[in-house]
Design a protein around this ligand. Structure first.
Ligand code: NAD
Ligand code: DAU
Length: 349
């Protein structure tokens, strides 16, 4: 085995796609997936790779310093791809401390163990921190986030991710750890937990439940198919310039209400419903506090330096995503248990 790679948060949405890509494409790497299996972690996301020879699952919490030290000592990871996080903005509004603990403290504990293990023997080593475009705050009607846009986070989630990015950079400057950071826009695709806009609305349409649109629905996001994010992470991990940052995005801006209408149209067709049927479920509800108006990524650096670009159009990616959810109703019904229902009641009642 030529490299030992620790992927954190590999049982979550994006992490599971990254784990699958690395396990399948790099048989000579040993891939360790560390995940605490919080409400968002689900080993069902990885049943197709769980018995692969080069894959090991470690159940553990990135905020548990002793445990993290022990796995670094035992396994001597050459590379870390760090995705574990509390990731949902609405939850960060109701429980900000949980976000500080996991996203800031957890990242520092990983950085510390990585630094202490290698003690300046940095040849062939890399700490890759997966972050978000939300650290840049909000755009007005024009402009794009570039790698040099100032950080200006508005939610407890984005503030915790911004802070973790700063710690990664600080460990790079102070202790010289080799790192890369990427800041990506909104992902969608298979296995996304149904608290995020697209899977939540797919599930509600299937069940004829109302579609809760925050505010006037005119907020804009830049959507990227999850496998395209995973392929960008692969490229940045292998070819990214050390101590660099890369913005990753879909060149694909949608106002929420237009996206929701497209989703409703595709769902009507796939469910054999009358045209316009699902749109009737749209309900405007109270806005998210501190709601960022618009995110849009300038992904020209990763495009020019590493040749990366998205592989699917939004219409194709959305159609594939809906097909996945329709074919995997059991995956959804296993999630929609007591805890999910309690969250849903609290958030949308
Ligand atoms: P997710 O919520 O689906 O998954 C997070 C995973 O981390 C889960 O498997 C969970 O069990 C695990 N986890 C949480 N706390 C942990 C802890 N203390 N110790 C160990 N594991 C823990 O998240 P996601 O949407 O897949 O996002 C993954 C990463 O990508 C996050 O860092 C997020 O900030 C970033 N990101 C997400 C998006 C997006 O659109 N979803 C976009 C850009 C960046
Ligand atoms: O930009 C990257 C970020 O994208 C990631 O860092 C986050 O982890 C990820 O959760 C996502 O954040 P958003 O807040 O943009 O995603 P969410 O799916 O929660 O919401 C998308 C948009 O839809 C946003 O404008 C809020 C709106 N929305 C969301 C929900 C859940 C609604 O109108 N109604 C809803 O019920």
């Amino acid at each position: 085995m030529s490299k030992k790679i620790l992927i954190t948060g590999g049982a979550g949405f994006i992490g599971s796609h990254v784990v699958r890509l690395f396990v399948n494409n790099y048989p000579d790497y040993r891939i360790f997936n560390l995940d605490a299996l919080t409400y968002a972690g689900n080993l069902e996301n990885l049943t197709d790779v769980e018995s692969s020879e080069n894959y090991t699952f470690l159940k553990g919490d990135i905020t548990d310093d002793e445990y993290i030290k022990s796995i670094f000592e035992t396994h001597q990871f050459d590379g870390v791809i760090h995705l574990a996080a509390e990731s949902h903005v609405d939850r960060s509004i109701s429980d900000p401390l949980a976000f500080a603990k996991t996203n800031i403290l957890g990242t520092m504990i990983l950085l510390n163990s990585f630094k202490n293990l290698w003690q300046n023997n940095w040849e062939g080593k890399l700490f890759y921190h997966v972050s978000t475009d939300e650290v840049y705050g909000t755009l007005g009607d024009t402009g794009l986030f570039t790698e040099t846009t100032s950080y200006d986070p508005n939610s407890p989630y984005s503030a915790s991710k911004a802070s973790s990015d700063h710690f990664v950079r600080a460990y790079g400057e102070t202790y010289k750890i080799p790192y890369v950071i990427s800041n990506c826009s909104n992902n969608y695709g298979a296995n996304q937990f149904p608290e995020k806009l697209i899977p939540l609305f797919i599930n509600n349409i299937i069940n004829n439940k109302s579609l809760p649109v925050y505010g006037d629905g005119k907020y804009t996001r830049d959507w990227l198919y999850v496998d395209d994010h995973a392929s960008a992470i692969d490229l940045v991990f292998h070819k990214g310039i050390m101590r660099g940052t890369y913005n990753i995005g879909g060149f694909n801006e949608w106002q929420n209400i237009d996206l929701i209408k497209l989703l409703c149209q595709q769902m009507d067709e796939k469910l054999g419903r009358e045209k316009g049927e699902s749109e009737k479920l749209i309900t405007y509800v109270k806005d998210r506090p501190g709601h960022d108006l618009r995110y849009a990524i300038d992904a020209s650096k990763i495009n020019k330096e590493l040749g990366w670009e998205p592989s699917v159009t939004f219409e194709q990616g959305l159609s594939k995503t809906i097909d996945w959810y329709l074919a995997n109703e059991e995956w959804m019904s296993n999630i929609i248990n007591g805890d999910y229902l309690k969250y849903y009641e609290k958030q949308y009642s």
